[in-house]
Ligand binder design. Structure first.
Ligand code: PMP
Length: 460
């Protein structure tokens, strides 16, 4: 039996029907896919773009607010929103304006401008950490913070939760299998044994957490306050507070990555749950969809960073060779857009619109699941909500993974795409943005209901 309770042969039939429908409805995408294969590896500019549920990539013409349009002229309600990159809508007017403004005033100089000060002040007010650095991606921010944490603590081990994702950072590409840390499957071209200095433990497992920290060699625990990349897994009440308490007790740093959980509300879970991390990371939507990431640190960490390498050759050797930074990081365009985003887009008013809609969507998913008598569950965290093919919400990454039924997930996503709705690939996550309407939410619920009905009507 599949984890979802849905028969595999029915899914295969349903999926074949939807693939055919996609191919006949999207002649321009099909033609572009054919042409792209001659010059782009896998026919796409970034190979993940070939991993969607569509038989060929869906080529986009343009996007605005909660909608995008494909090259065949179809309109889509977008609940994926660039997998959070554009969580506050596609091309919000203040960002489009900021791009135009800065576009004529210099894009990158490797020097700061006044926008940088505004951003530092706004980030401090919003997230509570006093000092900030700007990167180009969340991946970069996490990689640099891991480096700082090791340098500050003079410890080498990074602790992460099983099923985590923090970008393409080598050190986090590990899983926990039967209590042992192992390389993540599918990891390509890895020359180093990552298990030497990375340790993976199950989420929500206080005993494993304390045992891992008690070894006394952990530089930092790098975590999301709720897991979002293996399906959503919420922390047990008090679990994150315990992460703070135990990291402190054993001399390890706490790094909170809110790149996805920033959907929770102003200041993310860090603010709402008073997590008090040593380092804090957020990327993707922080400059309204323009590439940018940031990391913040406590005053104590800033002091420790300043004394890293003091008295050793690290202090004097190699200007700019710390292993942290990229030339385009904190460029003038990103800073101008981040300022506009923090001031005008990522606002309490925006969250006030998004959060009730996501709650409505979660309730709608639950209704559909109930009506079809499926043993599935729904998890919501702020503007982010997900249905999973398991009867109760998972507590660990392994439980979330056990609920995967990839063929079903892809077939349902394709069904939705064929009817003008996009949700996040690889699992069943949705985001509501300031431009999403109640009608959009109702449409997703109705269309999913109809799709599941059609699927269940196929004789098994
Ligand atoms: N942290 C988290 C929690 C993420 O989900 C992701 C990407 N999905 C990243 C970091 C990396 O973001 P980017 O790919 O923009 O570097």
């Amino acid at each position: 039996m599949t984890s979802s309770g849905i028969d595999s042969s029915a899914v295969a039939l349903f999926s074949a029907r939807e693939s055919e429908r996609f191919l006949s409805n999207n002649p321009q995408s099909v033609a572009m896919a054919e042409r792209a294969r001659a010059s782009l590896y896998k026919g796409v500019p970034m190979h993940w773009m070939s991993d969607w549920s569509t038989p060929v990539p869906l080529f986009v013409s343009h996007a605005k607010g909660a909608r995008f349009y494909d090259v065949d002229g179809h309109e889509y309600v977008d609940f994926c929103l660039g997998d959070t990159g554009t969580m506050f809508g596609h091309s919000p007017d203040p960002i489009a304006h900021a791009i135009a403004e800065q576009g004529a005033r210099g894009l990158t100089t490797m020097l700061p401008g006044e926008d940088a000060i505004h951003c530092g002040e706004l980030l401090s007010q919003r997230f509570g950490l006093p000092y900030w650095q700007v990167t180009t991606t969340a991946t970069d921010a996490n990689r640099f913070v891991v480096r700082w944490a090791r340098a500050i603590t003079q410890r080498k081990v990074l602790l992460v939760f099983d099923g985590c994702y923090h970008g393409t950072v080598d050190d986090v590409m590990v899983r926990c299998r039967e209590g042992q840390t192992v390389h993540r499957s599918g990891l390509v071209g890895q020359a180093y044994d990552l298990t030497q200095y990375s340790r993976s433990i199950p989420f929500n497992d206080l005993e494993a957490l304390e045992a891992a920290l008690a070894q006394g060699d952990v530089a930092a625990l790098l975590c999301e306050p709720a897991m979002t990349n293996i399906g959503m897994v919420l922390p047990d009440p008090g679990f994150m507070a315990k992460c703070r308490e135990l990291t402190r007790r054993y001399g390890s740093l706490l790094v909170i990555d809110e790149t996805h959980t920033i959907s929770t509300g102003m200041g993310g879970c860090t603010r709402q749950w008073e997590l008090d991390p040593d380092f804090f990371v957020v990327g993707k939507p922080i400059a309204g969809g323009v590439p940018c990431g940031v990391y913040g640190c406590s005053a104590e960490m800033a002091e420790a960073m300043a004394s890293v390498g003091k008295g050793s050759s690290e202090e004097t050797a190699g200007h700019g060779h710390s292993g942290m930074g990229t030339t385009l990081s904190a460029n003038a365009l990103a800073m101008h857009c981040m300022r506009a985003n923090l001031e005008q887009v990522m606002t309490q008013q925006a969250y006030d619109h998004m959060l009730p809609l996501a709650a409505e969507l979660a309730e709608g998913f639950r209704r559909v699941i109930r009506d079809h008598r499926l043993q599935w569950s729904v998890t919501q965290l702020g503007a982010r909500c997900e249905f999973q093919f398991c009867p109760t919400p998972p507590k660990t990454g392994a439980q979330a993974e056990a609920a995967f039924h990839d063929e079903l997930q892809m077939a349902l996503h394709l069904y939705l795409i064929n009817r003008g709705i996009l949700i996040t690939p690889f699992h069943n996550m949705t985001l509501c943005c300031p431009d999403t309407s109640r009608e959009d939410v109702a449409r997703l619920i109705e269309t999913l209901d109809q799709g599941i009905g059609e699927l269940l009507a196929i004789p098994g």
